[in-house]
Design a binder for this molecule. Structure first.
Ligand code: PAD
Ligand code: ZN
Length: 367
């Protein structure tokens, strides 16, 4: 079948909307008719070459849709099921899956690095040449084939455009706060970068009961969103040294948890520098592949600070996403406020330009 899809042919280019060929799902795979695709900065990192991906590829790793067809051997899903594709495939039986850390499963990195499904081939092609799957999801296509294990069934009365956001921004941000850092009630938190993911770290910290939530950004509109999502203090890093400002707001002590949700080594170091003794800095932002960050050894040892990272919210999506749905329904997780713009699929490059200009909290393209 044919599907309209946004293809990245080369780094530095814009996405091109093409009618690609989509093969039917093979054994253990499902075909999803995508309803919405989320506009995440990680795809932009691929377009700029900041993040490496096998090209040409159909980008998009945040999305939601409806199962259109199931391949042989599929038992857990049927045609018509509403699903969120998971961008970190997991086998379920390795050391990391067994330990509740499916995002660290080798299958996820295999699909991510090769751009091919598990049998080493792609279901997409154009003029007979293979087109890669991005992160095993390729949500910027009307139709996409994913492994059955990478599709999570959700209730049919849940709005698909908001469901899309759960697949990356929300699970990554909330998960960084509650799974990676395990933010404690009454604690103090700093968040560098109040974009689509950072706003979810903010609401994750709020849900976990943090008392002081300090957001840092360089765009005033983002700081206004931050307040709406639960930040108790905001710092515009264009006008103030955020490290000094956070120390001042915590009586010189520093914060218990700091999150970097931008992707710059300089702000990763700033996050570390705001920590109290025994504080933990969690890097969520993705820096260029060769980037490094250094920290003073004295504070690591004599203050027992922790510097770590978090991929996919250090989550167990099949447990965490249903909980996020419940939190939304209970009025505790803000998804309506997060989805500040919807673009028709054909305007996807404009959606990415708006993300770059810092205009949106999170946007989706709809099919
Ligand atoms: P976004 O563009 O919506 O948000 C980034 C925010 O950072 C914006 O609000 C910017 O204004 C702000 N910003 C930029 N420079 C600075 C600065 N010097 N100081 C303070 N604020 C600044 O992006 P996003 O929320 O979609 O993604 C954020 C990062 O998280 C990005 O690097 C993305 O690739 C990464 C990501 N990681 C994972 C993961 O699993 N670790 C998942 C999804 C996204
Ligand atoms: Zn993402």
């Amino acid at each position: 079948m044919k599907a309209r899809a946004a293809v990245l042919f080369e780094v530095g280019q814009k996405l091109e909307i093409r009618d690609v060929d989509v093969e039917p799902p093979r054994h253990g795979e499902v075909l999803i008719r995508m309803a919405a695709g989320g506009v995440c900065h990680s795809d932009l990192h691929v377009m700029t070459g900041h993040l490496v991906a096998s090209l040409p590829a159909i980008l998009g790793h945040e999305g939601a849709g409806v199962v259109a067809e199931v391949g042989p051997g599929v038992t857990s899903l049927k045609r018509g099921d509403h699903v969120i594709p998971l961008w970190r495939l997991s086998c379920g039986v390795c050391e990391y899956c067994s330990d509740g850390r499916p995002a660290l499963c080798a299958e996820g990195s295999q699909i991510r690095m090769t751009g091919r499904l598990l049998d080493g081939t792609t279901r997409f092609s154009l003029d007979g040449k293979e087109i890669k799957h991005f992160a095993g999801v390729s949500s910027f296509s009307e139709y996409s084939v994913v492994p059955e294990r990478a599709a999570l069934k959700i209730p049919e009365d849940f709005p698909l455009d908001r469901a899309a956001l759960l697949g990356c921004a929300v699970i990554t941000g909330v998960g960084a706060a509650v799974n990676a850092a395990r933010v404690r009630p009454g604690s103090s938190v700093a968040i560098f970068g109040a974009g689509g993911v950072g706003l979810n770290v903010i609401q994750g910290a709020r849900i976990a009961g943090a008392e002081k939530i300090i957001a840092v950004d360089i765009v005033p509109a983002k700081l206004a969103f931050a307040t709406e999502f639960g930040a108790t203090h905001v710092i515009d890093a264009r006008g103030a040294d955020p490290v000094a400002a956070i120390r001042a707001l915590t009586g010189g002590r520093g914060v218990d948890y700091a999150f970097e949700v931008i992707g710059l080594p300089a702000t990763m170091r700033q996050a570390y520098d705001t920590l109290a003794k025994r504080g933990m800095a969690v890097v969520v932002g993705v820096a260029p592949m060769t980037a490094e960050v250094s920290v003073p050894v004295m504070s690591l040892v004599y203050e027992e600070r922790v510097l770590t990272g978090s991929v996919y919210g250090s989550s167990r999506p099949r447990i965490d996403i249903p909980k996020l749905i419940d939190l939304y329904r209970a009025g505790k997780l803000r998804l309506d406020e997060l989805l500040t713009r919807r673009y028709p699929f054909g305007e996807i490059n404009e959606a990415y330009a708006a993300l770059e200009r810092g205009e949106v909290a999170r946007s989706v393209v709809t099919f």
